[in-house]
Design a protein around this ligand. Sequence first.
Ligand SMILES: [Zn+2]
Ligand SMILES: [Zn+2]
Length: 294
Amino acid sequence: MTKRGSFRGELEAFIFRTITGLFGPLYRIGLELRILCIRQKIRNRGSIDISLSSQRTESSETKATNEFRVVIISDTHCHHRHAGTLPHGDLLIHCGDVLLRSHEDIGAGEALKDFNAWLGEQSHPHKIVIAGNHDHYLQEMGVSAVRRNLTNAIYLENELWTSPAGLTVYGTPYSVTNGGNSPNIAFQPQDEQAALDTVNSIPKCDILVTHGPPLGKGDDGTRGIFGCEHLERRVRSIVQPALHCYGHVHQSFGHAIEGRTTFVNASVMDILYAPTQPTVLFTLAKVDKCWVGK
Ligand SMILES: [Zn+2]
Ligand SMILES: [Zn+2]
């Protein structure tokens, strides 16, 4: 997984803690100012292709008929419009944290409405969205109401979706708690048994979308390790997807490959909640009735 230099990471974490801890109400103003200052960097954030054959010589616009191109983003925290125009693909996946701080989000309804409108502007024939621990607003709405609001996406909450081509995608807003250190605990099981029940209901599928990472892959936060050991075990022993994507730990953006699974932390936001990290592309192909990373 990609990591920041340790000194810079520690310094940024210190600044982040200072801003959020001492100047709570000014937090958003600080974010907006930073976004303004680095707007050119945000505009140029682009995308990276992590497909196993991303070095192939054919044009990125051409593809074999049995290919399925996935565009992955996560943790846009109300700044989805800073994600710009996304690269085209067969499926767009958003791995949760659509909103920022739902308890304080007076404008959460408006933000969700705009997020849905923005999804409608994207060209992908299929779009999947899950929630994250910042999406209390969605948790309080309930699944049916979320679906009535997110008309331009397939909203998955511990459910499986199958594409017309037979590719299966399971989505869950699951992430582990931060030991009581964060007020953002939407969809986080509050005891070990509830966590196990959620993780153990994840079925075998081609693409797994969770909000939080499994232990040891894209889970290294400046304030601790946020990966789940139960999820790691379940993915390795039962689910075995071609692609497991998530976000949640902003500073652990990157990817890793283990066995037949490519793991992706696709957080758009960096540690300071500025949308500077690129969109991720990944290609699957159907080989002998089986979807594999290509
Ligand atoms: Zn986040
Ligand atoms: Zn999160």
